[in-house]
Ligand binder design. Sequence first.
Ligand code: AVJ
Length: 321
Amino acid sequence: AAPVQKARPAEMEGGASFDFAADVMAGLQARPKRIPSKYFYDMAGSRLFEEITQLPEYYPTRVERGILAENAEAIAKLLPAGRALVEFGNGSSAKTRIVLRAARELSTYVPVDIAAEFLQEQAEALRLEFPSLNVLPVAADFTRAFDLPASVRTMPRVGFFPGSTIGNFEPLDAAGFLHHAGQSLGTDAVMVVGVDLVKNEAVLHAAYNDAAGVTARFNLNLLARINRELDGNFDLDSFEHRASFDRRHSRIEMHLVSRAAQRVSIDGYSFDFAEGETIHTENSYKYTVDAFRALAREAGWRPISVWTDSDGWFSIHVLAN
Ligand code: AVJ
């Protein structure tokens, strides 16, 4: 029988734990079993992802930063005085700082993130670092349409979505996101999107199967998080990390593979695993420049320019609506 979701107090992250419980219960009853990748990012998971970005095999962060630095002048031109930069997702990263340093005349910066508390902390840090910049954080779920502060609606707006986070969406959802972003930004807006590209399979494979095992720990942390927050009893040693490129879907798939037939309990409910059965934990889509441009067009955007590194490993797209 389907486990009944018990109401539980919203812990720490503004009710996020309730969604986590419901999504884990539903995902482990689905076939194949799956858990949404957004749940990787608790405190421990966010730290592990930060570690991933510094791995020699994990090229996306390094390469995207290089592309941004190389195109600092073009970025400054996109962001002159009187313009507002709207970032989708938390603006804590080194990438945001590269852009803010390049855009010296930029008036207003609007980070949009669902994690309200973290958002305020980051905003405070950026105010200290960029005293002439008007920082206006918006706590909202950026995967849906949201309202910009009134003062920003009168300025030309530039959206920023780096990190190939868009690769975590199914292509249809990626188009949906771009469409909503266009609605939130309004007319005459520009959008700057970082998109990881299809490449040599060995390079892709290594990026998600690093020698130090950090990506494996990142993946397995999901089970540790279930144990911590949902009273689970996953034995982390009886699951293993698997990441491989699925050429048909042009995506890296991450799974957690059960090493044996076993029964796991979460909050008193039982879930059975066959030996070799997996939990699908992430898709990371890889696009060609042309495929991403076509997707952006479908979502109502006009591709203006695209910047890539010399190897053609990563792309940053400038779109206009
Ligand atoms: C943050 C979604 C861009 O897909 O490469 C890194 C997450 N997963 N290693 C990616 C991730 C495994 C990352 N994104």
